[in-house]
Design a binder for this molecule. Structure first.
Ligand SMILES: NC(=O)c1ccc[n+]([C@@H]2O[C@H](COP(=O)([O-])OP(=O)(O)OC[C@H]3O[C@@H](n4cnc5c(N)ncnc54)[C@H](OP(=O)(O)O)[C@@H]3O)[C@@H](O)[C@H]2O)c1
Length: 408
């Protein structure tokens, strides 16, 4: 193959040869809005890498909710925030999941080499920051960023610039699309369920999982089931029950059977508060009906946020934990503190994953113990469409992927 400045999609350059330009799905500030409007294909210069980085030739990219937020420019304008921090690029190339081939490495990189087939986790941090060098969890470092959301040069492009420690072995039994689909949601769910001692998920625990058929939920059900726990999935349609049960859920609840969602009424308004309490009690009874006993969830796996947190705190067991990584329905969630303190419950924030969490989760996938739940594969120019479906909550169960370098 001749060496040239720009290759068409699926036309692979010689291994290690870096063209000047690449095709990328790009978001710009003047296009902020729904994903169908925000994403457009453009030709952009291939980024240079630093000493700890790797340039990865992207075969497939995974689809996550964070780039719905990036399209909207809300709650954070990721482009504006980076430019304020001194970066010169006035565009965003998103994409926080990838499978691909290592194409170049910086001179301090030892864990991967050109030609390695990898999946990429999305945690970046300043590898020279004093707290990181001292061995603190880099997830607590002020330098922590989500690659392909808070950083530029994500996987919706022919080449992506990553820190080499983000690269993990690609499972050989998975094709490029399936390998691109699982890491962000899987490692996030793994940390939520295995990082917050003493609330690591364990045998016999009841675990309530919101959005059981979604990206996070489908991973959480499998992780909980692998630990011998009893995952109960909440979904919005009975048609989703079978999908969750096949992954290991012991039962499912249709949230549309209840109406008490949203923020709590004023605590001085006894009547309105009573309405919430009876709705939450009925929801708790649905959990007991599945279990056949009056047992409450030791762990509640939260991410919808504002609509569901009051119920999550209500139904969590005494001494149990509500672990939360998002506020999809809003971030002003109300907590009836009486339940929190009297029943000594824990409300624990959790955000993506560190190298150890990601590696441990990837080992489960490498061993064939976790199904990436790839539901639908889109062509490169379907990047806007799959994010639009996600924005409208009309996307299929499980996880979606986009073909970049891979042809099928
Ligand atoms: N902090 C982190 O590191 C991190 C990592 C991954 C994801 N996230 C965030 O977590 C959220 C979920 O991500 P995801 O990939 O799982 O998205 P997803 O695939 O869209 O799944 C989310 C699920 O939430 C459910 N849902 C929607 N509205 C709801 C409501 N009002 N009440 C209860 N459930 C509702 C939906 O299921 P039903 O309609 O069937 O109930 C949907 O399937 C997003 O905001 C994402 O940005 C954060």
């Amino acid at each position: 193959m001749t060496e040239k400045d720009l290759y068409e999609l699926g036309e692979q350059p010689p291994l290690g040869y870096i063209p000047k330009q690449m095709h990328a799905q790009v978001i710009r500030q003047d296009r902020f809005g729904e994903p169908m409007k925000a994403f457009q294909r453009e030709v952009i210069g291939v980024p240079e890498i630093g000493p700890h980085d790797a340039l990865v030739y992207v075969m497939a990219a995974g689809v996550n909710y964070n780039n719905v937020w990036a399209s909207l420019g809300s709650p954070v304008d990721v482009i504006g925030a980076r430019m304020k921090g001194g970066e010169k690029e006035d565009f965003h190339i998103g994409g926080s999941d990838a499978s691909g081939i290592v194409w170049a490495v910086g001179d301090r990189v030892t864990n991967v080499k050109v030609g390695d087939e990898v999946v990429v986790h999305c945690g970046q941090w300043d590898v020279n920051a004093p707290d990181v060098v001292a061995g603190d969890d880099p997830m607590f470092s002020p330098s922590f960023k989500i690659w392909g959301y808070e950083t530029n040069w994500g996987s919706f492009a022919q080449f992506t610039k990553v820190q080499a420690h983000q690269c993990l072995p690609k499972p050989k039994h998975l094709d490029w699309a399936a390998a691109a689909a699982y890491m962000l949601v899987g490692a996030t769910a793994y940390r939520m369920l295995h990082n917050w001692a003493p609330h690591d998920v364990r045998e016999g625990d009841v675990v309530l999982i919101w959005g059981g058929a979604g990206g996070l939920g489908s991973m959480a059900i499998q992780i909980a089931a692998l630990a011998g726990a009893k995952p109960i999935a909440v979904v919005s349609k009975t048609e989703k029950f079978e999908f969750c049960q096949q992954l290991g859920a012991v039962g499912c609840i249709n949230r549309k059977d209840f109406t008490h969602w949203g923020r709590l009424p004023d605590w001085e308004d006894n009547g309105a508060m009573g309405g919430f309490t009876s709705g939450a009690r009925a929801f708790g009874k649905a959990i007991w009906d599945i279990l056949g006993e009056r047992k409450n969830p030791r762990i509640v796996f939260e991410h919808p946020g504002q609509d569901t947190v009051p119920t999550s705190v209500f139904v969590a067991d005494s001494g149990g934990m509500v672990v939360i990584c998002a506020g999809t329905t809003g971030y002003n969630a109300d907590v009836d503190l009486r339940y929190l303190w009297m029943r000594q419950k824990r409300l624990q924030g959790s955000h993506f994953a560190n190298d150890d969490n990601s590696r441990e989760f990837n080992e489960l996938v490498l061993a064939g113990k976790i199904d990436p739940c790839l539901s639908r594969v889109f062509p490169f120019d379907g990047t806007a469409e799959c994010h639009q479906l996600m924005y409208e909550n009309r996307h299929p169960d499980g996880n979606m992927a986009i073909l970049v370098g891979a042809k099928s």
